[in-house]
Design a protein around this ligand. Structure first.
Ligand SMILES: [Zn+2]
Length: 117
């Protein structure tokens, strides 16, 4: 069953690469002189910003997937990083890059909420 999850992780990694690549030209900074007017410039700034945000999310996702593959190689995949208990197959199937068991995840989300408040 770990081999199946490994395959899913590798597929997801390939998917990130494909999605990060095709519109590489959007990486260029928006150039004011290439735009008809300020409105076009403004919308291009938004467009590039959204693209960069998407790319950052893909990079993060790729990092998570690579970390999960490393854990698979080390043989500690599926162990909660917080309490060391098994994360559980159902959770891993839903989210193969999960690093915390459902209890520790809930704890950490509560902690984040407290920090925000
Ligand atoms: Zn845990």
């Amino acid at each position: 069953m770990q081999e199946m999850l490994r395959k899913r992780l590798i597929d997801a990694l390939a998917d990130c690469r494909v999605r990060a690549c095709p519109d590489a030209e959007l990486d260029e900074q928006p150039r004011l002189d290439a735009c008809a007017d300020e409105n076009e410039f403004a919308s291009r700034v938004v467009e590039v910003g959204m693209h960069l945000a998407l790319r950052r999310r893909l990079e993060e996702r790729r990092g998570e997937i690579e970390a999960a593959l490393k854990r698979l190689d080390r043989g500690c995949y599926g162990d909660c990083e917080e309490c060391g208990e098994e994360i559980g197959l159902a959770r891993l199937m839903a989210n193969p890059t999960a690093q915390l068991c459902v209890y520790c995840q809930a704890d950490s989300e509560r902690g984040q909420l407290r920090r925000c408040a």
